[in-house]
Write a protein that binds this ligand. Structure first.
Ligand SMILES: *Cc1c(COP(=O)(O)O)cnc(C)c1O
Length: 411
């Protein structure tokens, strides 16, 4: 049974119910009656497992969290109001003023701004590295380094990291590794590769159709014996780690971020996301297969397309070895100039012009004039943004229709 087939069964079974409502009920309530004071006390103490208040957890959202935790083999998960909410939760629950983050890879613009403009205001500084700078990453680790943050696929530079090598560096140094796996759910299993947390914007291919904004962080269990979290580097977390044992990451995220920042998922979005999950294992291979067909055809027709499935891509071998299930829906095409890029975008009849990715529909966007307009020139270079760069997220359409449309749009 291949990986996707396994998940077809898992997801549809996990989102259904054999006795009651087959589709997950939407619990549209912000608060929950406790009944009697002893139960209320138990709920607040954590000994009674009933909902406390929807900012801290909601039954519909809990269902989503359990399915996402299963997807990545985590001990638990926390769903959030957006992908940025998930990144906020994962990082802010760990760092204090004076701490440092090492960030590796292409980096989504929102994450880049969050690290450079927002976290820095709170005294948390980030260092950025390309996926190939392993020695630089090692050298940058010091006593204040709390998180190594990695994106599974450079968006939009399409560079692929050697995840195992980076996980080895993080684990040898005893630093937490968090992987933003938004672009490659099911293709990459961050926790199995040595990460401590997998981060998702579920807005993208997990929901899959622009119907719900959402995010999620899936955490590994904390080990009974020695564990990174039990070292002096994370001494400020030791009380929670001692008390909550294997569930400590979940407790840390709830107590040190979810409760106070309030980036909680809402029940309606969680329901929509669960619907998306039921078909995720069908959609991912459809998209990754289409991507390879489209990339090949565009390349053959002289379009400057960037994707690691091309032999000429510097990470082609890594793509074959480590990303054998594909690397998501993204490709980029470089039209050379802004003018030619705009011309292409005006002429495409099939693609939708928008900032999203991972949708049922094929989406396109000129990078430099939109998402990256406020990013300084040297950072653009690092992130791979050129004047004519268009990011494309391939959808579920017939790949030949996309090829035909793009070739006519190129003119
Ligand atoms: C979209 C995206 C995010 C942010 O998610 P939102 O749901 O838009 O907040 C984070 N990381 C990556 C890789 C993304 O593509």
């Amino acid at each position: 049974m291949n990986h996707f087939e396994e998940y077809c069964t898992k997801f549809v079974q996990a989102t259904g119910n054999k006795e009651g409502a087959v589709s997950t009920p939407i619990t549209n309530s912000a608060s929950f009656a406790y009944g009697d004071p002893v139960t209320a006390e138990g709920i607040f103490e954590g000994t009674v497992k009933k909902p406390l208040y929807s900012r801290m957890g909601n039954p519909t959202t809990a269902k989503l969290e359990s399915v996402l935790a299963q997807m990545d083999g985590g001990v638990g998960a926390i769903a959030t109001s957006s992908g940025m909410g998930a990144i906020t939760l994962a990082t802010m629950s760990i760092v204090n003023a004076g701490d440092e983050i090492i960030s590796i890879g292409g980096l989504f613009s929102g994450t880049y701004s969050f690290f450079t403009e927002t976290l820095s205001r709170f005294g948390v500084n980030s260092h950025f590295f390309d996926v190939e700078e392993l020695q630089g990453i090692k050298n940058a680790i010091n006593d204040n380094t709390k998180i190594i943050f990695l994106e599974s696929v450079g968006n939009p530079n399409m560079r692929l990291p050697d995840i195992k090598a980076i996980a080895n560096i993080a684990n040898e140094a005893g630093v937490l590794l968090m992987i933003d796996n938004t672009v490659t759910p099911l293709c990459i299993s961050p926790l199995a590769l040595g990460a401590d947390a997998a981060i998702y914007s579920t807005t993208k291919i997990i929901s899959g159709n622009a119907s719900a904004l959402g995010g999620c962080v899936v955490y590994r269990a904390v080990n009974e014996g020695s564990d990174k979290l039990k070292t002096p580097r994370y001494k400020d977390l030791s009380k929670i780690v001692t008390k909550m044992k294997k569930m400590a990451f979940i407790a840390i995220a709830k107590k040190r971020a979810l409760r106070d920042f309030g980036v909680s998922a809402n029940a309606n979005a969680s329901y929509q996301t669960l619907l998306g999950l039921e078909t995720l294992a069908l959609r991912v291979p459809r998209v990754t297969n289409s991507v390879e067909i489209i990339v090949k055809a565009l390349h053959k027709n002289g379009i400057d397309v960037n994707h690691p499935s091309l032999e000429s891509h510097p990470h082609h071998q890594r793509y074959l070895n480590d990303f054998s299930l594909g690397c998501g829906s993204l490709i980029t095409i470089d039209m050379g100039t802004k003018e030619k890029a705009f011309d292409f975008l005006n002429k495409t009849k099939l693609a939708t012009l928008t900032a999203n990715i991972g949708d049922s529909r094929t989406l396109v966007l000129h990078m430099d004039s939109t998402i990256y307009r406020d990013i300084p020139q040297d950072a653009k270079k690092f992130l791979g943004i050129t004047d004519g760069l268009i990011r494309v997220s391939i959808g579920l359409e017939n790949p030949q229709d996309i090829i035909n449309d793009f070739i006519q749009a190129r003119g």
